[in-house]
Design a protein around this ligand. Structure first.
Ligand code: BGC
Length: 476
């Protein structure tokens, strides 16, 4: 059997996010987040109108999560801070001491067990009070976010050395501000995503500079942003328009955020061109995609100390001119994205299993963004409910994916520093509620104690972590 090796100091981890696991939605002075409001409003936007009120109960059951982390032997654990648990109205006007105590407990117990915390400041759950001031549609949020980031560096930065400002601005922009399927449910096609993306880029940049100027020297940590992307290939490799459409798909996905942060502070040319052409056709004087000033470009450029990638799936791309009554992100992008019917499928309809797509995407990142150090901060496979504890198909996905990463490192020379599974435990999968299970550990929601039980994948993954790689051993 071939040996799939990994560098000696490779980071092995798993990830979660506050709203998806913590519960305790109004415990001990926590303020509401947009997901609390959104789920409490019902309206069938989430599977069976489920909520994260209790979720996996990690707010009170943290020790149970820690046991899972230790059982896997992880070197890194990625989790997010609930902004409104720390700052109930989103600002430092009022600080919730109980929130600080909770995260101190999490961080300190990880460190006592030699597990490195990787902390996301914001993973989709904006305080409702900040949304009420305009959320990501408003420039005001840029400074409010910077203030929150600074508060977190001050409070936890003596111990946290790996910071992530924002998780997946792409998903927030498209689903929370463009089509409104995610909280806060804002529907503003053709404008919402671009405005939100613009403000998130500025907020991230300011939060990075704040650390760099005030904390870096003393705390010696690193700050980045998590970007997600599919890999994409032309549907017809001999078609020039499909090839161009494939580049556009990546421009409107990964490069939308990666180019400003890693290259030059500005959006991809093809994105700017498409949106301004369409805006002109609509009779508008300016493009629906906001422009950065020269100072803003300088502010954004170079604001990541490492590259964080969430990878789940791939698409085949055909050129298309989507006829649309009104402007939208989809019609600006003008592609048809296709799941190859030969690709296996897992529970969420968007997730076709394409492990080799990750290797290609890693190579693309190396070549396009100046060979950065990369952490794969999420990768996972969702099972239907009820799930299989003997999740053989899922382990195959992880195994194939890890082989592709090993090849990316050893053959393509990509500087991959770590890999984190989404997710440590089954949790609230946003609009799919508890109906899709991504955990390495099963959570039994029918029992009050919410017991965690390892899936087969957890046992297999712990072997990989122990051996720092796959192969050469019968039981991986
Ligand atoms: C998000 C997670 C989510 C996962 C699976 C990522 O987009 O960061 O919060 O649960 O994908 O859908």
């Amino acid at each position: 059997m071939e040996n799939y090796s990994f560098p000696a100091s490779f980071a092995w981890g798993a990830a979660t996010a506050a709203y998806q696991v913590e519960g305790g939605w109004d415990a001990d002075g926590k303020g509401p987040s947009v997901w609390d409001t959104f789920t409490h409003q019902g309206g069938d936007r989430v599977f069976k109108n489920q909520t994260g009120d209790v979720a996996c109960g990690s707010y009170t059951l943290w020790e149970e999560d820690l046991k899972c982390i230790k059982q896997l032997g992880l070197t890194h654990y990625r989790f997010s801070l609930s902004w409104s648990r720390l700052l109930p109205d989103g600002t430092t006007g009022f600080i919730n001491q109980k929130g600080i105590e909770y995260y101190n407990k999490v961080i300190n117990s990880l460190l006592e067990n030699n597990i490195i915390p990787m902390v996301t400041l914001y993973h989709f759950d904006m305080p409702q009070a900040v949304k009420d001031l305009g959320g990501w549609s408003s420039e005001k949020t840029v400074d409010i976010f910077e203030q929150y980031a600074r508060f977190c560096y001050e409070t936890f930065g003596d111990r946290v050395k790996l910071w992530i400002t924002i998780n997946e601005p792409y998903v927030m922009a498209r689903f929370a501000y463009e089509d409104g399927s995610f909280a806060p449910g804002k529907k503003q096609p053709g404008y919402g995503a671009y405005q939100a993306g613009h403000n998130m880029l500025l907020a991230h940049a300011k939060a990075w500079h704040n650390y760099n100027t005030h904390f870096k020297k003393q705390q010696n940590g690193a700050v980045s942003i998590v970007l997600c992307s599919d890999w994409a290939e032309p549907f017809d490799p001999s078609s020039a328009v499909d090839k161009e459409a494939t580049e556009r798909y990546l421009a409107f996905y990964l490069d939308w955020f990666a180019k400003p942060v890693f290259i030059d502070g500005d959006y991809p040319a093809s994105m700017k061109l498409k949106i301004s052409e369409n805006s002109k056709k609509e009779g508008l004087k300016t493009s629906r995609l906001p422009e950065f000033t020269e100072e803003e470009k300088a502010l954004i450029k170079g604001t990541a100390d490492f590259f964080c990638l969430n990878y789940y799936t791939s698409r085949k791309i055909k050129h298309s001119t989507v006829a649309s009554e009104e402007p939208s992100f989809i019609s600006d992008r003008s592609v048809e994205d296709i799941k190859d019917p030969d690709w296996p499928q897992c529970a969420p309809d968007w997730l076709a299993v394409v492990p080799w797509g990750l290797r290609k995407l890693l190579k693309y990142i190396k070549e396009t963004f100046n060979n950065p150090a990369i952490y794969i901060t999420e990768n996972g496979f969702g099972q239907d409910d009820p799930p299989k504890l003997e999740d053989i198909q899922r382990w195959k996905y992880f195994e194939e994916t890890l082989k592709e990463i090993s090849k990316a490192i050893n053959t393509d020379g990509v500087n991959v520093k770590g890999y984190l599974v989404w997710s440590l435990i089954d949790n609230f999968e946003w609009i799919h509620g508890y109906n899709v299970r991504f955990g390495l550990f099963h959570v039994d929601y029918d029992q009050a104690t919410l017991p965690r039980t390892p899936y087969l994948s957890a046992l297999k993954y712990s072997n990989v972590v122990k051996k720092n790689g796959l192969g050469g051993h019968a039981d991986t």
